[in-house]
Each structure stands twice: as C-alpha cells, then as structure tokens.
Design a protein around this ligand. Structure first.
Ligand code: FES
Ligand SMILES: [Fe+2]
Length: 440
C-alpha cells in the first residue's frame, strides 16, 4: 500500500487504515510529531523560577519549567544515566530533580548538578554534557508555549501564520490575556488521536445530532445562518458565528451567552457584556462580531472558545489517545467569574462533561468502525462541499459554510504530505510490533 492510497489527491476520500495502522502511526511520529510545533503549556502555569509542569510531545514525557534565570526550558523527563523519569510530580516548584535510582540531581533547566558516585572516582565525568536532553526549540506566543524536536523548524509565529488572526479574536479581548487554571484534566479514550482533532478543527456539523439533548435549537439555527469555517492554512482551522452589524451585546458576547446564563446568571452576563462593549476597540469591528465555536492548531491542539478550554490529543498508539484539557479564563477576571467559567468548562467539556462524553463515545465507535475486517476498500467520504471554499475579502484563509468539510480535507492533505516527506519509497513499511507500557 502506498501512502497516497491513504488520502485521495483531492482528499475527498480517507482510508480506514489512516486511523488504525501501526505503520501509519510510526510515520506520523517521524513526519509530524518530530517536526511540528507541539503545545507544551501556558506561561501562567510556570510564573516563578523553579515552577514546573509535566507535558508530552507525542509519547515523550517533557518537563516544562521556569529556570533560575526566568527563562523557559523544556527537557525530556528521562535520566541521562539509565533513563528513569527524574520528575514524578505533575507540577510544583523545586530547586532540583533527584533521580530515584542513583540520585543524580538536575536543575529545573535540565542541567546536571551532581553525581553522588563521582567522589569515589578519579576520572570525573563531564557533567556539562550530561544534562537532560533539551527540546531544541521552545517558543511562546501570547503566553502559549510550544516545543519542536526539529531544530530547523520555522519560527512559531510563522508556523501559526494567519491562525493568529483568529486566536487573537479571543486572546486580545482581555487587558492582561488569559491564564490556565489548575492542572489539566487527563484521561484516555480508545480512539485515534486525529478524530478529536478533526472534530475541533471544524466539525460543528455533528452538534445538532450527537448533542441534540444539550445544544438549544436556536444555537444550531444561528450556526446554520451565520456560521463560518475558516482554514487560515491547511491543518489549522476556526469555526465561528459572524454576527451581523448592529447585533446587540446580549447576542454576540463571547460565544458563551447561553451557557453563562444557565450556570452563572446575571453576574457572568454582566462581565461578558463589559468585555464585549470594548471588543471592537480591541480586536476591530469584524472580529468583535465573531462568536467563536471551535479552533484547531495543527497537529493536535484545540481550543473550544465557547467553553474556554484548551485541549491536546496526545497519541498513545493508533488506538488510544490521552486527552489533556485545561480550563482557561481571562487573567484579570474577578475570582467569582473565573469560578463560573471553570464550572461552565467542566460541565460541558471536562472528562465528565455532558458534551465530552457524547463526543468520546463517537470517537471510540469511529476507531472500531475503522478497524473492522473486509472494509478496507471502502474509504471514508470527506467530499462534502468539495471546491466550494473560497477566499473572503476581510478574513484570512479559505472560508466556507460550516457544512463544508474543507477543514478536514486540508488537514489530511497536509498529513499525507508530511508522511510522504519522511518515506522516500512512498510505501508503507512493515516494522516489528512496538510494545507499549500498557502491554507490560
Ligand atoms: S538512573 Fe538516574 S541516577 Fe541512575
Ligand atoms: Fe461534540
């Protein structure tokens, strides 16, 4: 089988193997996760020297930390001596990580401080080259920290490109930006990592059906009538409602109006209106009328504007994903508002959230459907709205109605090219089975 057999040239068909094949997964590691900017965390999580949080880049465990020099460091959490994780806590503040096996100790920036055994030895090892393996590129944008294993990757700014225009429609509404509150929710789903991603790149089409009990009919009507799907560049995506000029604040505020009313009543409404009143000044007329839905940043970061949550879909093989999910709030909002927003997030999109449970079930069923026998010659149809996407005079990228699946075709075209770029023969190469920690 060739890689080109996985995704048709127009990306209107995607093979079931793209979702289930171990060889495809290995190519994804080389072609995507070794080369793309991957989300690590937010600066608000590591404000002070010595602060650290755990993160992952695909399956590789990372320590993200603020060094004594206040700079941000990302290191692989694996001792240079025999590979044990040197940091066991999910987050905290420390001066040193102490490996439990032979007690080599490391600064939070990853440099090696001491080898207890060396006092008994004459030839002292060169500690300056024995630090933790550093992630070679670490950059931030609007407080969002990303890392990349490819030293020659383009800057984070240019990687995000015009996606920044859409992200700023949210970020730039607040005087002091946003902050992540608390540790992430983390849970595993028996699904392929790409489906949660595809879902949030632009699949608002399932809302009225899968979530029929939760999403009010008026909200769906609004999405049909003024909803847009934007692809600033292939692999990134943003969906939003663009409310007509003159829409009153109550109907444009932040994309959270209904849920805010349910959970927070007048207090949250008032706060949202206040933000909305200044929105045009801060983000310009057109973006002030955007009421966001879902966003995706290639390859595996998503943002649910309407529930203020960032999520990363960490692969754990082709058949499992570890989902990390943070509540996000405006940094200078009063505590009571932050609390309401957090409750709003966890009620809908935390691991026990009403919508999240419905989505997770769909994603699991999709994996099973992709893995059934005798159906390999029946690829999935991604052709809805094929060729109907077009540029917009005021918005960057390609735009379409939300029913158009261009967001997914664009993702899979980029995905196919990324896999082909690391496999000269363009054939899927068999390899020995990998054993994951869960198999032991
Ligand atoms: S494995 Fe870490 S000190 Fe030996
Ligand atoms: Fe959903």
């Amino acid at each position: 089988m060739k890689i080109s057999d996985l995704v048709s040239d127009d990306a209107a068909y995607v093979s079931r193997k793209a979702w289930t094949d171990q060889r495809v997964y290995e190519l994804e590691k080389k072609g995507i996760f070794a080369k793309a900017w991957l989300f690590l965390g937010h600066e608000s999580q590591i404000k002070n020297p010595g602060d650290f949080v755990q993160a992952y880049m695909c399956e590789t465990p990372i320590i993200l930390a603020r060094g004594e020099d206040r700079k941000i460091y990302a290191s692989i959490n694996s001792c240079s001596h025999r590979g044990l994780p040197v940091c066991r806590a999910d987050h905290g503040n420390t001066k040193r990580f102490l490996c439990p096996y032979h007690n080599w100790s490391y600064r939070v920036d990853g440099s090696l401080v001491a080898i207890p055994q060396e006092k008994l030895l004459t030839n002292k090892p060169d500690k300056s080259v024995l630090g933790l393996k550093a992630v070679p590129r670490v950059e931030s944008w609007r407080g969002m920290i990303f890392g990349c294993f490819d030293e020659s990757v383009q800057s984070l700014d240019s990687y995000l490109g015009d996606m920044r225009f859409y992200l700023d429609a949210f970020f730039e509404r607040f005087d002091n930006g946003i902050e992540f509150i608390g540790a992430p929710h983390r849970w595993t789903i028996n699904a392929n990592w790409k489906l949660p991603m595809e879902n949030q790149l632009g699949d608002v089409n399932h809302g009225p059906f899968l979530h029929s009990a939760v999403i009010p009919a008026e909200a769906n009507e609004e999405i049909f009538s003024v909803g847009w799907s934007a692809v600033p560049e292939p692999g990134h995506g943003a969906t939003f409602r663009l409310m007509p000029e003159g829409t009153d604040n109550a109907h444009v505020a932040w994309g959270m109006e209904g849920m805010g009313a349910i959970l927070g009543g007048a207090e949250i409404q008032e706060y949202l209106f206040e933000i909305q009143a200044k929105a045009a000044e801060r983000v310009g007329n057109i973006r002030s009328r955007m009421k966001g839905l879902t966003y995706g940043v290639y390859p595996n970061l998503s943002f649910l504007w309407s529930n203020t949550s960032f999520k990363v879909s960490h692969p754990r093989g082709p058949n499992k994903v570890e989902y990390w999910s943070w509540a996000v709030v405006p940094a200078d909002a009063p505590d009571a508002i932050k609390k309401i927003l957090r409750t709003n997030y966890s009620s809908f999109f935390g691991p026990g959230g009403i919508l999240e449970q419905e989505d997770s079930e769909a994603w699991m069923q999709q994996y099973l459907g992709s893995n059934i026998d005798f159906a390999d010659d029946k690829p999935y149809f991604y052709g809805l709205g094929l060729g109907e996407e077009k540029p917009h005079p005021d918005l960057p990228g390609m735009l379409s109605v939300t029913a158009n699946e261009y967001y997914a075709r664009a993702f899979f075209s980029r995905w196919r090219s990324a896999l082909e770029a690391v496999n000269d023969s363009r054939e899927l190469i068999a390899s020995s089975k990998q054993v994951s920690a869960d198999d032991i």
